[in-house]
Ligand binder design. Structure first.
Ligand code: H79
Length: 685
C-alpha cells in the first residue's frame, strides 16, 4: 500500500467512523504543506457527483430526426454556430434548485460535486466578465455555478468545476471542427489569445467560487501542448494551492484509461473515463468518471440506464482498487434531475447510510481477486478493519481471505455488530462464516477487525512470454510482496519449504506444470500458483517455391462491424503487391484490405505477433487464427503466438475500417527479443 496515503483519523477508534461522515467537512489548509495534505479530503471522499449541464439539455439529444446526441450535439449534429447560439434565448430552467441537487448528492453518500462551468460548446454556466456566451445572457440570468457552489457548502459537499479547454465558440480557439472550417475562417484567430482568455476565466472561477477541484477536459487537440498544460496547472497552483487539478490539464493522458507514467506530466489525479482499470492505478490517485445511462448531457431518448445495483458495485469496485467514483447526472432543461437518476442516487444512498464507512476514507484491497466480491480497508493502529463486500454468496457459506496473516480480533456484519461471525484459520487463509439470510440492503458487508495493519501474503506470480515454446522457455516466479521465500516445483507436486527456492529465471526444456508458493520461516503462508507450459513442434512449412517479395493486396468496399467468416464472395476493387503490412495511401472509409501470401521464417521457433489496428483485423498463418483483433474500435493492439518451422507459411491478414481514423501495423518477436515490424524481406507471394 502506498505509504503516502495519510492515515485516516477514524482508524484509531473505528467506532468514531460515523462521526467522521458528518458534514460539513473542514476546508483544506489554504496552502497545503504536502501533496498528501492536499489530497486528504479527496481520498477520504471516494464518491462524487458529476453534473453535465448546458444549452444541450434543451434539445435533449434530438436534432432533425436523430435522437442520439448529447453534450456534443453542436458537433455531432453539425449545428452552425449561429444556429446553436439561438438556444441561449431559450435557457430558462425555472425548476432549478441548487439545494435539491446538493441534497440528492449528499443523501447518496457523495462528498463532492463537479459541475460543467463550460463544456466544449463554450457556453458558461456562470456569469463571466469575459464573454456574453453565458447564463448572464439568458432569460433565466441566474449564475448556476455560484448557486450550486453555495448549496454544496450548505450540504457539506465540496464543489468543483469542469472547464473545457476545447471551445467550439470562441473565435480564437483552434482548430475548427473539420465540418465548419469553411463557415468559420481562422485568419484572425490567435490561440495564444485564447489561452489568455482561458486563464482569465479560470482565475474568475477561482476568485468567485474557490473550487476544490478544477477538472479540465478537451485537451487532446494539437493546439494544446505540454507547455500550455504546465502554464495552466501552475496558474491553478498559484491562485489556489489547495485546489486539485485533474491530469487532463496536460497532454499526457494515455487514451481513455486516463493514465500516463510520464515523469513530466502535471496534474493531481488520473481520470479513467467510462471504465475501471482492472488493477486500479497503483501509486497514483485516480478517479473513474461514468455516466448512469449512455450520455453525459441529458438525452430524453436514452433508455440504457445502468441499474442502481450495477452503479453501486462500480463504486465498491473502484474503492477496492483505491480510486474515486465520479458518477454523472445530466439534468433536464427545466433544471431537475431525471427521475431515473434520482432513483439511482436514492438507492445508492440507502446502502451508503449503513455502509458508508466501508467506502469513505478506505484504501485498496490488499488481496488478489476475491471469490466472493471486493475488499476495502481502513488500515491503522492498533486495529485495522477489512470490509468484505459480498457480491456472490460463498458456496460453502464461508468467505475465504487468502493469505491473511494478521490475527483476527472479531468479525461481524455491518449493521449487526452484536452478532460475532465465526472465524477460523485454514492453512494460510482465514475463513469467515456468513449467515445465509443477512437482511439489510445488498450487497452485505462483513467487517473484520485485525490486529495492527493488515498483513496479507499474496500468491506468487508465474511469468513467461508465452505458455508454449519450441526449444526452451524462461519462467520467472516471484512474490508480489517482500519478505517471503518462494519455492517451486516442476513435476506437478505441491511446493514445500524443501522444494527449490525461486531466484533468477527458470529454464524449461520440456512440457511441465510450474507450481509456486510463498513461505515464511518454513511455513506455507500463501496460496499455490500453477501454470502449465507446453513444448510444441513447429508447424511444418508449406511445400511451395518462393515467388516475389511482398504480399498480394486486395481492396474491398464493405459495411462491416466484424470480419465475416465467409469472405469468398467478396469482389476486390484493386489488386496490387504490398511491400509491407501497412495501409497504402488514400484508404477511404468503409474499406477492407486483404493481405495474402507467405511468411518466410528464418528458423524453427516460437513466433509472437502483435497486430495493432483501427478498426478490426485478424491474422491467419497456415490457416490458423493467430491474432484476433476484430471489432469496431480505435487503435488496439492484440497479440498471439505460433510455433513455425523454417520456411514459408501461408499468411492471410484482413483489416477493415468503418469511419474515422485508420491504422494498421504488424510486429513480431522471437523468444527473448523485443517486438519489431515484420520486414518486407519476410513477405512473399
Ligand atoms: O464531458 C464528457 C465528454 O463529453 C467528454 N469527457 C466526458 C467527461 C468527452 N469528450 N470526448 N470524449 C469524451 C471522447 C473523446 C475521445 C477521444 Fe481521445 C479524444 C478520442 C481521441 C481523442 C482521449 C484522448 C481518448 C483518446 C485520446
Amino acid at each position: 500500500m502506498p505509504d503516502r496515503r495519510r492515515r485516516n483519523p477514524c482508524v484509531v477508534l473505528p467506532l468514531l467512523a460515523a462521526a467522521c461522515a458528518a458534514p460539513p467537512a473542514p476546508l483544506p489548509a489554504p496552502t497545503p504543506a504536502t501533496q498528501d495534505e492536499r489530497m486528504a479530503w479527496w481520498r477520504e471522499a471516494r464518491f462524487g457527483l458529476f453534473v453535465h449541464w448546458g444549452l444541450y439539455a434543451l434539445p435533449a439529444g434530438k436534432w432533425r430526426g436523430e435522437d442520439h446526441h448529447g453534450e456534443w450535439i453542436r458537433d455531432t449534429a453539425r449545428i452552425p454556430r449561429d444556429e446553436y447560439t439561438q438556444l441561449q434565448a431559450r435557457w430558462n430552467p425555472t425548476a432549478f434548485d441548487a439545494d435539491a441537487w446538493a441534497r440528492s448528492a449528499a443523501a447518496a453518500g457523495m462528498k463532492y460535486v463537479v459541475l460543467t462551468s463550460k463544456h466544449h460548446d463554450g457556453f458558461c454556466l456562470f456569469d463571466s466578465a469575459h464573454t456574453d456566451w453565458d447564463v448572464g445572457g439568458t432569460p433565466h440570468g441566474r449564475d448556476i455555478v455560484a448557486e450550486l457552489a453555495a448549496a454544496c457548502a450548505r450540504h457539506g459537499l465540496r464543489f468543483g468545476t469542469y472547464h473545457s479547454i476545447m471551445d467550439w465558440h470562441h473565435p480564437d480557439y483552434l482548430p475548427r471542427r473539420p465540418w465548419e472550417a469553411a463557415a468559420r475562417p481562422t485568419a484572425s484567430a490567435d490561440f495564444d489569445r485564447y489561452e489568455r482568455h482561458l486563464h482569465a476565466q479560470v482565475e474568475e472561477l477561482v476568485r468567485r467560487v474557490r473550487p476544490a477541484v478544477m477538472w479540465f477536459d478537451g485537451e487532446w487537440e494539437p493546439t494544446w501542448t505540454h507547455a500550455r498544460g504546465v502554464r495552466l496547472f501552475e496558474l491553478c497552483r498559484r491562485l489556489a494551492p489547495a485546489m486539485l487539478v485533474n491530469n487532463r490539464v496536460d497532454v499526457h493522458r494515455d487514451g481513455m484509461a486516463g493514465f500516463s507514467t510520464s515523469a513530466e506530466a502535471v496534474g493531481d489525479f488520473a481520470t479513467p473515463e467510462q471504465e475501471v482499470p482492472p488493477d486500479g492505478l497503483p501509486g497514483v490517485d485516480w478517479e473513474s468518471c461514468m455516466t448512469m445511462n449512455a450520455h453525459w448531457g441529458w438525452n430524453a431518448a436514452d433508455t440504457r440506464w445502468k441499474s442502481a445495483d450495477e452503479l453501486l458495485r462500480h463504486l465498491i469496485d473502484i474503492a477496492s482498487k483505491g480510486g474515486n467514483f465520479l458518477l454523472n447526472v445530466g439534468p433536464r432543461a427545466d433544471g431537475t434531475f431525471p427521475p431515473e437518476a434520482e432513483d439511482r442516487l436514492r438507492h445508492i444512498g440507502e446502502w451508503m447510510a449503513g455502509h458508508g464507512e466501508a467506502i469513505h476514507g478506505t484504501t485498496a484491497s490488499p488481496f488478489d481477486a476475491l471469490a466472493f466480491g471486493r475488499c476495502t480497508v481502513r488500515a491503522g493502529e492498533p486495529v485495522s478493519r477489512l470490509y468484505l463486500h459480498v457480491f456472490t454468496p460463498p458456496p460453502a457459506g464461508e468467505l475465504v481471505l487468502p493469505g491473511l496473516a494478521s490475527r483476527v480480533l472479531r468479525a461481524f456484519r455491518l449493521g449487526a455488530a452484536d452478532a460475532a461471525l465465526p472465524v477460523r484459520r485454514v492453512g494460510a487463509d482465514v475463513h469467515v462464516r456468513l449467515p445465509t439470510a443477512t437482511g439489510g440492503p445488498l450487497p452485505p458487508v462483513v467487517a473484520v477487525d485485525v490486529d495492527g495493519p493488515p498483513v496479507v501474503h499474496r500468491t506468487p506470480s508465474i511469468a513467461a512470454e508465452s505458455d508454449v515454446f519450441v526449444d526452451a522457455l524462461l519462467v520467472t516466479v516471484a512474490a508480489p510482496g517482500a519478505g517471503l521465500d518462494v519455492h517451486y516445483t516442476l513435476d506437478g507436486s505441491d511446493p514445500t519449504a524443501a522444494s527449490p527456492r525461486a531466484g533468477g529465471p527458470i529454464a524449461l526444456h520440456g512440457s511441465c506444470t510450474v507450481k509456486a508458493a510463498g513461505f515464511h520461516r518454513g511455513s506455507l503462508v500463501t496460496g499455490t500458483a500453477e501454470r502449465r507450459f507446453t513444448q510444441v513442434a513447429p508447424r511444418p512449412p508449406a511445400k511451395v517455391l518462393a515467388r516475389g517479395h511482398g504480399l498480394r493486396l486486395a481492396r474491398h468496399t464493405v459495411d462491416w462491424q466484424r470480419i465475416p467468416d465467409d469472405r469468398q464472395g467478396l469482389v476486390a476493387e484493386h489488386d496490387a503487391i504490398a511491400a509491407a503490412v501497412a495501409l497504402p495511401d488514400g484508404i477511404g472509409e468503409r474499406t477492407a484490405l486483404c493481405f495474402r501470401g507467405f511468411l518466410d521464417v528464418p528458423a524453427d521457433d516460437l513466433y509472437r505477433f502483435a497486430l495493432a489496428s483501427d478498426d478490426g483485423s485478424r491474422l491467419w498463418l497456415g490457416g490458423e487464427l493467430v491474432v484476433d483483433n476484430d471489432g469496431p474500435h480505435g487503435t488496439v493492439e492484440r497479440r498471439g503466438a505460433i510455433a513455425l518451422g523454417r520456411g514459408l507459411h501461408p499468411l492471410e491478414l484482413w483489416w477493415w475500417n468503418r469511419t474515422g481514423e485508420a491504422t494498421l501495423s504488424l510486429q513480431w518477436a522471437r523468444p527473448g527479443e523485443p517486438f519489431a515490424p515484420v520486414p518486407g524481406a519476410a513477405l512473399r507471394h
